[in-house]
Design a protein around this ligand. Structure first.
Ligand code: URP
Ligand code: ZN
Ligand code: ZN
Length: 458
């Protein structure tokens, strides 16, 4: 079966162009100014609409155990929610516990995702320990299609020290590998938490106050000096603030290659959310690193505009408000993370593109093209071109609406963007040539495929 999208505006990382797009089976067959349909071709008139490559969310946490509880979204609900938000591929973080092998972690994540995912998926592998056995397993990860890793500079259950991080990066360099790092200074955060406790303070606002921007910037700077010593490019994931961006700029000036990811919560929210009286209202927004100041938002948008930030992913890590209650008597026990897979595309279009903070091309780069390149899926994913998977987002610039949790698939039961106005809206999502979402309704089942990935091309 062939489908022809006729009369629309096709978006790429370079800009926009009027073009017809023909898909055949799971692939894009042709993109050109005017395509004449053959006999059995289904023709869809998309005049006035935008056609974007399916979004890639390279930072999700589905079915993850955190501090004695499990994320509200597993791969079934999380990938359905992702699809509804225009995301046709997620890269989730496989996360073995300390002491477990990477192979075990990978097997576990396949068990969580295989046969349950509605969009395509892959995994980054978390390295939370370093020893000879883990070093040997890195080769197995590449053989299994896992070409990216994550390390944490905070969280006792997952953090890795500087020495281990240096050794792990050295091994990844041998493989031409790439690693995302969660940058926060753990030791000083612990000291600030102890000070809050000693002062008898337990408001939700203690969360951002004990994890200030400069401690993220410090960790970014330390990571980048370690990466300089190894001579390897690294990715700063969920980067939130102007001070951290300055450290990245300094590293680039001395010749280092640094990739940066930010997230919608850091672009459209500010830290006033933590100062709401009601515990649940404030706890909704607890994530690490925390949401920052309006001045940081501005720095992030400027960084996106200048190409200093390459990807916008969600760090979707959802908990219900009942789960957030676990931290009512101890702010450090509020499960950290916010839902986001269902809203990313529309938020970035509305608050980035229509306000002229970024162009449509930058939206396309940061949501599709760059993650596809950085995580070794390009040109199968991330582009509307002949031979690519027919993963498409049909965006109607006239379909203005509001965001409401009541309409969402994700299981958090709330959205950080409740009542936010959206300019336009996602009309359809196509996954490998199949209409997967139509006007917000998910039409397909768990048809997502595991995508083995190659090396960074960005
Ligand atoms: O609070 C957050 N972001 N939770 C998810 C895990 C992480 O640090 O990425
Ligand atoms: Zn993180
Ligand atoms: Zn994360």
């Amino acid at each position: 079966m062939k489908t022809l999208f006729r009369g629309g505006t096709v978006v790429s990382g370079k800009g926009t162009k009027k073009a017809d797009v023909l898909i055949e089976g799971e692939k894009i067959a042709q993109v050109s100014r005017a395509i004449t349909p053959q006999g059995d071709t289904r023709v869809i008139d998309i005049t006035g609409k935008l056609l974007l490559p399916g979004f890639i969310d390279a930072h999700t946490h589905f079915d993850l155990d955190v501090a004695g509880t499990t994320t509200a979204d597993d791969f079934a609900s999380g990938t359905r929610a992702a699809l509804r938000g225009g995301t046709t591929t997620v890269v989730d973080y496989a996360c073995p516990n300390k002491g477990e092998s990477l192979r075990h972690g990978l097997r576990l994540w396949h068990e969580k995702a295989d046969g349950r995912s509605s969009c395509d998926y892959s995994f980054h592998m978390t390295i939370d320990d370093w020893n000879d056995a883990i070093e040997r397993e890195i080769d197995d990860m590449y053989a299994a299609g896992i070409s990216s890793f994550k390390m944490y500079m905070t969280y006792p259950a997952m953090m890795i020290g500087d020495e281990a991080m240096y050794k792990a990066l050295k091994k990844l360099k041998e493989k031409g590998g790439i690693c995302g790092v969660h940058c926060e200074n753990s030791g000083v955060i612990d000291a600030l938490v102890a000070e809050k406790r000693a002062a008898g303070e337990n408001r939700v606002s203690c969360h951002p106050e004990t994890r200030p921007a400069q401690l993220e910037a410090e960790a970014v700077s330390r990571l980048l000096r370690i990466a300089q010593t190894v001579d390897i490019p690294v990715i700063i994931v969920h980067m939130t603030n102007a001070a951290a961006l300055k450290e990245i700029e300094a590293a680039r000036k001395r010749g280092q290659k640094v990739y940066v990811e930010t997230c919608p919560q850091y672009l459209v929210l500010d830290d006033s959310v933590y100062y709401q009286e009601d515990f649940r209202e404030a706890a909704k927004y607890v994530c690490s690193p925390p949401i920052r100041k309006v001045s940081d938002q501005k720095a992030l948008w400027a960084g996106l505009r200048r190409g200093e930030i390459q990807t916008i992913c969600t760090d979707h890590c959802s908990f219900t408000l009942a789960q957030k209650e676990l931290g009512r008597n101890d702010f450090t026990k509020i499960p950290g993370g916010v839902p986001g897979v269902e809203t990313r595309g529309e938020l970035i279009y509305t608050y980035g593109v229509t306000t002229r903070k970024i162009s449509l091309a930058t939206m396309c780069k940061t949501l599709s093209e760059n993650p596809a390149k950085l995580y070794g899926m390009y040109p199968r994913k991330g582009v509307i071109a002949s031979g690519a998977d027919a993963d498409l987002v049909l965006y109607d610039p006239a379909a203005d609406h509001e965001i409401h949790a009541a309409e969402m698939i994700g299981r958090a039961g709330y959205t950080p963007y409740e009542g936010f106005a959206v300019r336009g809206g996602i009309q359809q999502v196509w996954l490998r040539g199949t209409l997967a979402v139509d006007h917000g309704a998910v039409l397909t089942g768990p048809d997502g495929k595991f995508i083995p990935r190659g090396k960074n091309m960005l």
